[in-house]
Design a protein around this ligand. Structure first.
Ligand SMILES: NC(=O)c1ccc[n+]([C@@H]2O[C@H](COP(=O)([O-])OP(=O)(O)OC[C@H]3O[C@@H](n4cnc5c(N)ncnc54)[C@H](OP(=O)(O)O)[C@@H]3O)[C@@H](O)[C@H]2O)c1
Length: 260
């Protein structure tokens, strides 16, 4: 009997992460999933309906202690796929934001993500096998006025993913970066951005976005932008002056912009 593959998915209690975990479960992976609130236990119960083993860890992945807890739950198993997806945004002007929350965005989206990839990536490197999918964003291509720290964190992640992919190109470990555009999840509510034009516009289906990312990971592709509108947007962003991008972001992300 062939052994079932094993995947870790972070931020799997809702949105894109839950849908990524579903892709893994449908494809026959056993799962270790993580998120910060107790919703992760319900997510695990739903994912078990696909037939595999699903372990859930409730941990704040912005902290080293949270990453320790997730690592302990691996229990020595070989990790075939790591889907580092946990992340959150934070709306409003930078100087109006609470710095504790600013730090939490950076610690979740960058530090915790890298800490986990560093630990699991080393294990994959020893085995000369493994797949890593990192959820970046097309937000990383734009200076994000009124969501400046989040967009900056995703610029870091988009860049980091492609650099790590290059470093590991002959190692048997692949790195793929999923770059979604605005997607229908809890993201905008959590970032306190519901009164922005960005939050009000029609958004992509998380199941579709996750499928694009999962397929890219399985094929070992590099960066993948989900959806043709986002691909077009990404291509235009690459040739638009940064100051213009910042001004355009201001119009859609400024608090209250949905009403004007
Ligand atoms: N929605 C979009 O428009 C969009 C676009 C591009 C990229 N993305 C990226 O997609 C990823 C998933 O976001 P989503 O849109 O699916 O939003 P979501 O529905 O809010 O899901 C975010 C997930 O990440 C988890 N999470 C956040 N901070 C965490 C922490 N410190 N420790 C542990 N878990 C944490 C959340 O769990 P808890 O609720 O338990 O904290 C939840 O499971 C993020 O990296 C986001 O930046 C989203």
């Amino acid at each position: 009997m062939t052994q079932r593959q094993f995947a870790i998915v972070t931020g799997a209690s809702s949105g894109i992460g839950y849908a990524l975990a579903e892709c893994c479960a449908e494809d026959g992976f056993d799962l270790l999933i993580a998120a910060d609130d107790p919703g992760i236990v319900n997510a695990a119960a739903r994912l078990r309906e696909h037939g595999g083993t699903v372990d859930a860890v409730q941990a704040d992945l912005a902290t080293a202690a949270g990453i320790d807890r997730l690592q302990a739950a691996i229990q020595g198993r070989a990790v075939d796929a790591l889907l580092a997806n946990a992340g959150h945004g934070l709306g409003h002007a930078f100087l109006d934001q609470d710095f504790v929350q600013v730090r939490h965005v950076i610690d979740t989206n960058i530090t915790g993500t890298l800490d986990l990839i560093h630990r699991v990536g080393r294990m994959m490197q020893v085995r000369r096998a493994g797949r890593i999918l990192i959820t970046g964003s097309i937000a990383g291509l734009q200076p994000g006025s009124f969501q400046a720290v989040y967009n900056g964190s995703k610029a870091f992640i988009d860049s980091f993913a492609l650099a790590l992919r290059n470093e590991l190109k002959d190692s048997g470990v692949t790195v793929s970066c999923l770059m979604p555009g605005p997607t229908e999840t809890e993201f905008f509510e959590r970032a306190d951005m519901l009164d922005t034009r960005l939050a009000q516009k029609k958004k992509d289906d998380p199941a579709h976005v996750a499928r694009v990312g999962f397929d890219a990971m399985m094929k070992g592709e590099g960066d993948v932008v989900s959806g043709w509108k986002n691909k077009l947007q990404a291509a235009m962003d690459a040739i638009t002056p940064a100051a213009l991008l910042a001004e355009r972001h201001r119009r859609v992300a400024r608090p209250g912009s949905a009403r004007h």
